[in-house]
Design a protein around this ligand. Structure first.
Ligand code: XMP
Length: 327
């Protein structure tokens, strides 16, 4: 593509007008690159892949094939929103794969965090490759690579997380329409493309998803406790004006039980840990000063609404010494 690198003098995209200009230019470039061929995209529902999908739908419509792999570790309501926004509202050609059982079966009994990450990453590529092989005439693979990804991989800080990974029989030409943009610009472009606010401004979410928030061996019941408690936390943060103010917030359910009382009887159940942190670059982080009354209200809701939980804790630890995620 013409714009392979971010021009030194490129104006930061901060307004709808600038975003629309970028969108027009990209649509033209995408049509030129893709012609009448098919493009494949792994659509997670995250900001970057969602913006790439929306751009490609505008540029080549049905020639785009989106694959949304549900690995069973997504937050409550996420797969449903991807289907609603892209298939129902934008008429995208969307293949939805519910691979929950495959992932959870492979993860059963695995306690080592890095092993869990490897299994999730490897299985993801396998599921995606299987779907790709079922399709005829795909020549392009679209990716939500952004400018910091390229800079960081050039500096050797991290491998370019989007690049490659697919088996040798699947060779595609890459389509990376937001690769010269910074994250804040991707959001402005996403907004201009009509994506919903909770998709455009959403907090970071790790690739291995809730899997790293269910420390130790993942079980379906504890994973459900993570998902339900996270949904309550997010709902309360939205209601109380903390969404968009706090950089990242979520719950963790460690693999231990403690004694409590429920309905006048002894219970022996899990604890939910609340984590809410602020950071600029995720290298260090401070803990958000969440109002105590709100924490008490969230504790009350979680202990009454989430099955298997009798205690709620708040993680007071900055990064360092802790990392943001628990695994
Ligand atoms: P840590 O836990 O290292 O997290 O302080 C820093 C930021 O990175 C996210 N994170 C991940 N993102 N795959 C991802 O895509 C991962 O394996 C992963 N681990 C951590 C974390 O959510 C935080 O925003």
């Amino acid at each position: 593509m013409a714009n392979d690198r971010r021009p030194e003098d490129m104006v930061r995209i901060t307004t709808t007008l600038l975003a629309e200009k970028f969108i027009e230019e990209q649509i033209e470039a995408l049509r030129e690159q893709i012609g009448n061929k098919k493009v494949l995209l792994a659509l997670s529902g995250g900001v970057d892949s969602s913006v790439v999908a929306a751009l490609l739908i505008r540029a080549v419509g049905e020639q785009l094939v989106c694959v949304h792999v549900n690995h069973g570790l997504l937050r409550k309501g996420e797969p449903e929103q991807v289907i609603e926004v892209f298939r129902n509202q934008m008429n995208a050609n969307l293949i939805y794969v519910d691979a929950t059982d495959r992932f959870l079966d492979k993860l059963a009994g695995v306690t080592d965090p890095e092993k869990k990450r490897k299994i999730i990453g490897g299985e993801f590529i396998e599921v995606f490759a299987e779907e790709a092989r079922k399709l005829d005439g795909v020549e392009f693979l679209a990716q939500g690579t952004i400018w910091p990804d390229i800079l960081e991989s050039e500096k050797g800080i991290k491998a370019h997380h989007n690049a490659g990974g697919l088996p040798d029989d699947l060779k595609f030409e890459l389509v990376e329409p937001v690769k010269i943009l910074f994250k804040d610009e991707v959001r402005v472009v996403g907004k201009a493309l009509g994506l919903p606010d909770n998709m455009v401004y959403r907090q970071p979410f790790p690739g291995p998803g809730l899997g790293v928030r269910c420390p130790g061996a993942i079980t379906r019941d504890r994973l459900e406790a993570v998902r339900e408690s996270d949904a309550i936390l997010r709902e309360e943060f939205v209601k109380n004006g903390l969404e968009g103010k706090v950089w990242q917030y979520f719950t963790v359910v460690p693999d231990f039980r403690s004694t409590g009382i429920k309905n006048g009887e002894r219970s022996f159940e899990w604890s939910v840990v609340i984590r809410a942190v602020n950071t600029k670059d995720a290298m260090t982080a401070t803990v958000e000063n969440v109002p105590f009354e709100l924490l008490q209200h969230i504790c009350d809701r979680i202990t009454h609404e989430v099955t298997g939980v009798n205690r709620v804790l708040f993680d007071l630890t900055p990064k360092p010494t802790a990392t943001i995620e628990w695994e």
